[in-house]
Design a protein around this ligand. Sequence first.
Ligand code: ASP
Ligand code: MG
Length: 425
Amino acid sequence: MALIVHKYGGTSMGSTERIRSVAQRVAKWRRAGHRMVVVPSAMSGETNRLLGLAKELMPHAAAPEAMRELDAVAATGEQVSVGLLALALQAEGVPAVSYAGWQVPIETDSAFMKARIRRIDEARVQADLAAGKVVIVTGFQGIDAEGNVTTLGRGGSDTSAVAMAAALEADECLIYTDVDGVYTTDPRIVPEARRLHTISFEEMLEMASLGSKVLQIRSVEFAGKYRVPLRVLSSFTPWDIALDEEAASGTLITFEEDEKMEQAIVAGIAFNRDEAKISVLGVPDRPGIAFQILGPVAEANIDVDVIIQNIANDGRTDFSFTVPRNEYLRAMDLLRSRVQPAIGAADVRGDPRICKVSIVGIGMKSHSGVAARMFRALSEEGINIQMITTSEIKTSVVLDEKYMELAVRALHRAFELDTPPRADA
Ligand code: ASP
Ligand code: MG
């Protein structure tokens, strides 16, 4: 009999009716003989509502002591969920017990709003499982060494579930959500997008970091580190479908070694509009210049993504990079007021109206000409590429944001993602 972790997202927990359906589904798994741990999110919209209340009352500059209270407020959404789900299971005649993060405990560092899990003491959960109970543990929250309640960052319940699965050495972690798996791209943009039956862990990591919102990226990192078998599937199928059918649905995240099937070259297309482009022009071409530009940006805690430096011409070069769009004004200000005068750059220009579109696939490791095919598809649509970056398994381009949907559709077609590869059919 397997030890299984189920995670249910906010929409899956969105009403008492939905929670009852979750309880019926979990009860079905329990009755099949599995040991069950369930990690729910807050009911949909609840975390936003709680943080909204907190922001109405909090001081303007968020001091560390205010951050602590934000977490105290935000964590209550999941507290409600676990209790309700335990009651619903008990109503189904299934023994169940709920725990907040601190009761397990799930120990984290003290970075409020984005805490990292350090250790999970799984003894209490194991004891309940041995006693035949379904154990329900809050997603999203933990406790730091000083006993403060912490939260793991938005979408953090995915990470809670994977971390629980790792600590318990669970046989599988099932992430139930409102879509039925991971798609080749967002079906709202490309109606022909297909669900992937499997995706490799590396591809999933890229897709999550490049803008696919299905899983919190940290949960994928965690799954990779501890080799947690992970499946993304829908909680909106009828709860009483056959367990075998349910267990084989959705998208399985695999590790390369297990991969026997022939891979599509490109697994999926990710995109986001969360970045802005900045160019520092006429920079003297001398050692240390990249550091002089990006050092202050890093010090200001602004993440930098795509970076391009041109070949120098007459001892001067241009240096471009992207930053999160919500940090754009702060970054421009910093560069104009401090960096430009310090290094004697000619100008600093920026454009927040960009998008990043990426193709992702481990097949790119062993196939040449993939990037060229991408550039041809974009050129056939008359789309100008502003920046390019590559890694072993992805190529990303920065474009004018008005071309985002057109580019995603063109690439989806160019890599034949509209039709299933044979091994995947
Ligand atoms: N409730 C938290 C959020 O909305 C955590 C989660 O749902 O994963 O971000
Ligand atoms: Mg989520």
